[in-house]
Design a protein around this ligand. Structure first.
Ligand code: HEC
Length: 108
């Protein structure tokens, strides 16, 4: 009986380790939510447009795959994608912040 409890405990704690490992690799959406104040001004607008709809459309990023969002932000940061405001912003983000933001938008 005692042995069974021990085994269950071991299983439970190794599962926890696995899950927390995944969470870190994919970013922390709560942390992303905090950084989101830098993005919501453009990406949070209904209809996904800035104040000048003809001048520029803002892509919908909520609900995209986290991996896609990370790639896009890294692209702006390293210059493989270019857009004046996104490049400037992405350059100010750390790898972890990019992952956190991606996790946040992927779940919203
Ligand atoms: C000044 C307005 C503005 C702000 C602030 C802004 N973005 Fe953007 N974002 C844009 C525009 C416009 C595009 C489309 C650029 C293009 O055509 O490449 C874009 C594109 C993107 C894309 C690529 C989407 C795709 O499908 O191609 C991602 C991801 C993204 N932004 C994330 C963010 C994040 C995260 C933040 C906050 C750190 C942020 N943006 C802040 C205007 C903004």
């Amino acid at each position: 009986m005692k042995q069974k409890i021990m085994i269950n405990l071991l299983l439970a704690s190794s599962m926890l380790l696995v899950f927390s490992g995944i969470a870190q690799a994919e970013g922390d959406s709560a942390a992303g939510n905090e950084i989101n104040s830098m993005c919501v001004g453009c990406h949070g607008i209904q209809g996904y447009r800035t104040a000048f709809p003809k001048a520029y459309n803002v892509p919908k990023i909520g609900g995209q795959h986290a991996e896609y969002l990370v790639k896009a932000l890294e692209g702006y940061r390293d210059g493989t994608r270019s857009h004046p405001s996104m490049t400037a912003l992405a350059k100010s983000l750390t790898d972890q912040q990019i992952k956190d933001l991606a996790a946040f938008y992927a779940s919203n």
